[in-house]
Ligand binder design. Structure first.
Ligand code: CA
Length: 137
């Protein structure tokens, strides 16, 4: 702590320390004899979001029939976030990218299960390959 202006800064790295809340008691004293003082507590919450979630594996391939039942998962994606504590190791899934993925497919935001949202036989372009882009929130 800077004795002149009261600024609190880190003396050493807190990476690897398990604590997420630190309480620092701060004393102010004047130049009188005896000095008059007051104390306060500064509570410091450390956000430990050091790692981004990562899909494991990076790419998925699935083969389904044109008549795949709607809402029945046919592939489930997985991801991992190596942060130690919630909420920093929690995440949700979403479909992103162009409309081809979002029109025909949906994902369970919690468990990553992907299913068909709209019958593929309705696709006027009769595509046989769809690319679904996913993101982790
Ligand atoms: Ca994280």
């Amino acid at each position: 702590m800077n004795a002149e202006n009261g600024a609190v800064s880190l003396r050493s790295s807190i990476n690897g320390d398990d604590g997420t809340v630190y309480k620092v008691r701060v004393l102010a004293s004047d130049g009188g004899t005896p000095p008059l003082t007051d104390t306060t507590v500064v509570t410091i919450n450390v956000q430990r979001n050091l790692k981004a979630p990562v899909f494991q594996p990076n790419n998925y391939n699935a083969k389904i029939l044109e008549t795949q039942d709607l809402g029945v998962p046919f592939v489930t994606v997985k991801a991992k976030d190596e942060d130690q504590k919630p909420p920093y190791n929690q995440f949700r899934f979403a479909i992103t990218g162009d409309e081809q993925g979002r029109n025909y497919f949906m994902i369970n935001e919690n468990n990553g299960a992907i299913s068909v949202k709209q019958g593929l036989y309705l696709d006027s372009q009769k595509r046989t390959r769809y690319t679904v882009r996913l993101c982790i929130l």
